[in-house]
Design a protein around this ligand. Structure first.
Ligand code: ACM
Length: 555
């Protein structure tokens, strides 16, 4: 007995010495959680995972069981440890990681959690399953970065430093967007994107599904949307400003079947992420009009767009066009069960409306002043339809022009102003201002960066973003649901390039939307990013190394 005890002491001592003598293994001691928890106290000691460790979940709690199994699976893959996951209510058991929901702690809300790590146990408590899931993500981040490996890593001490954490997110809307229209990505890639969002405790995937350059979602009632609208005859090569324009001459396209879209929705749901589909109107409609020319204003046969920019083709306002859009949205709402449907509304060039006697006649008949009011009429009609199905709409901030519909949520992209105006008039807003959250800009010296939209949005600028404008009163500020990062894909011609542009900026964005504003600290974030990059490596993310090249902590 005594001998075994001595052995244990000796092993623990050697482990700690090894951990602290070897910078690689020292990761176990390095607490680098991103996003930074709301409250965290480091304690002395640590919890070592070994063959005898058990994961115990509260009896009769299937969500806790599912989440616990995710952790067990990570440990199985990375550590080669077969950790038993059992149901029980003994949260004093030694060498146990315990997951439980508690009904008594209201302050944790829908997504918060408490995590207590001692030498004996790890206890995660939350009011709702999402909190347990985030607690599990935090445990993974307290472990060495090697936990993210999908193959066994040897010579690692699977040690969780002792901490007390009480963590709740600052915002309820913590989003990441992806444009799959300018360039298409596979379902497998979307699942990886969602997994990486989940690691960052993001909860909303904004899926931009329709555009001038491609319609990407199967709609059973209108098969030509994907037979015709999902394919373009070629694609611009280089930057849109280069003259003369060059094209690759290669047919390009793709779309998601409804079954695939449902699979994505379920995959996201399992990771506490809601998918918000975006169906663009009345502009950014070239692909739809190419498929069904009767939806357009000119009646001319047009092609799916092959280059970027703001294009002139726009939906008409015939009753049959509203019927088309309502039918499309009905299928969309069947696939996507979330509360919100995004109906676009941005960059609708109104030249065709101005030039059309039929549209001008309609403006008169409706007693409207101009084309902006016609767009407002358009969006309000669609909103009423979506609301009648028990859902809410989101629109880009242009929908403010010509008058806002009563229940719409505004996504502010042209800066903070749209969001401020909307919040001041009592509308919910999501902040996605171009200058802080558009991941299509360069992150470093343009001479060293790959082709992008141009501009400059380094990691620390994303990190400095404050979604609540100081001009808002506390009451108005409550309308700011949160923020998201945008991945417009004109210059993201491959899945690897999407990752390059999105990572690591998504890590900064995650901290903007999760961590209390006053706790943000660039230097500390930069330190924590070192371990995050290792996690990225194990997750095989093709992240931009630019922030490292330009001296992460020196800013
Ligand atoms: C946008 O970037 N047109 C929303």
């Amino acid at each position: 007995m005594k001998k075994i005890f001595l052995h244990t002491i000796l092993f623990a001592t050697i482990s700690i010495l090894l951990v602290c003598n070897d910078t690689n293994s020292c990761a176990a001691q390095d607490i680098s959680i991103i996003p930074l928890p709301a409250q965290m106290q480091k304690k002395s000691g640590s919890f070592a995972i070994n063959k005898q460790t058990k994961i115990e979940v509260q009896q009769g709690n299937p969500e806790a069981l599912r989440i616990a199994k995710m952790l067990a699976q990570k440990l199985q893959k990375a550590a080669g440890l077969e950790i038993a996951v059992i149901a029980g209510n003994d949260n004093n058991a030694n060498n146990t990681i315990f997951f439980t929901t508690v009904s008594t702690n209201d302050s944790l809300g829908n997504e918060g959690y408490q995590l207590s790590v001692t030498n004996q146990s790890v206890i995660v408590k939350a009011a709702q399953p999402a909190g347990l899931f985030y607690g599990m993500q935090t445990i993974a981040q307290l472990l060495p970065a090697e936990i993210e490996s999908t193959t066994k890593v040897n010579n690692i001490y699977w040690i969780i430093p002792a901490v007390e954490i009480t963590d709740v997110p600052r915002f309820t809307w913590r989003g990441q967007h992806l444009d799959v229209c300018r360039h298409f990505v596979s379902v497998d890639f979307i699942k990886k994107y969602i997994d990486n969002m989940a690691m960052h405790k993001l909860n909303t995937f904004h899926w931009h599904l329709t555009e001038d350059q491609g319609w990407r979602l199967e709609i059973k009632k209108y098969p030509k949307l994907t037979e015709v609208g999902a394919w373009r005859k070629e694609t611009l090569v280089g930057h849109i400003d280069e003259k003369p324009k060059k094209f690759d001459g290669k047919r390009y396209g793709g779309f998601y079947t409804q079954e695939q879209a449902r699979e994505v929705v379920q995959y996201a749901k399992d990771r506490f992420i809601t998918v918000v589909p975006e169906i663009e109107m009345p502009g950014h409609a070239t692909a739809a009009i190419a498929a069904y020319p009767e939806l357009g204003v000119t009646g001319k046969k047009i092609e799916v767009a092959t280059y970027w920019g703001v294009l002139p083709d726009i939906f008409n306002v015939d009753e049959s066009t509203f019927t088309f859009l309502e039918n499309v949205l009905s299928e969309v709402m069947e696939i996507f069960p979330g509360q919100y449907i995004h109906i676009g509304g941005d960059e609708a060039i109104k030249d065709q409306w101005k030039a059309s006697p039929k549209i001008q006649q309609k403006i008169k008949e409706l007693g409207l002043k101009n084309e902006e009011e016609l767009q407002s009429y358009f969006m309000k009609r669609i909103e009423k339809f979506v609301n009648s199905k028990g859902r809410k709409v989101i629109g880009w901030d242009e929908i403010i022009e010509g008058g806002l519909s009563p229940n719409v949520t505004v996504m502010s992209w042209r800066g903070m102003e749209g969001g401020v105006t909307a919040a001041k008039s009592g509308h919910d807003v999501i902040m996605a201002p171009v200058q802080y959250t558009y991941f299509w800009f360069n992150q470093g010296d343009p001479k060293k960066e790959p082709l992008s939209a141009g501009g400059y949005l380094p990691l620390e600028k994303v990190y400095s973003f404050e979604p609540v404008d100081p001009s808002l009163t506390p009451e108005e500020a409550k309308h700011v649901l949160g923020a998201h990062g945008s991945a417009w894909a004109e210059y993201m011609e491959s899945e690897a390039k999407v990752e390059y542009m999105v990572f690591p900026r998504i890590s900064a964005l995650a901290e903007v939307v999760w961590t209390p504003g006053e706790k943000k600290d660039w230097k500390d974030f930069a330190r924590r990013m070192r371990k995050q990059f290792k996690r990225y490596d194990y997750r095989k993310i093709n992240y931009a190394k630019t922030p490292l090249d330009i001296g992460l902590e020196k800013k």
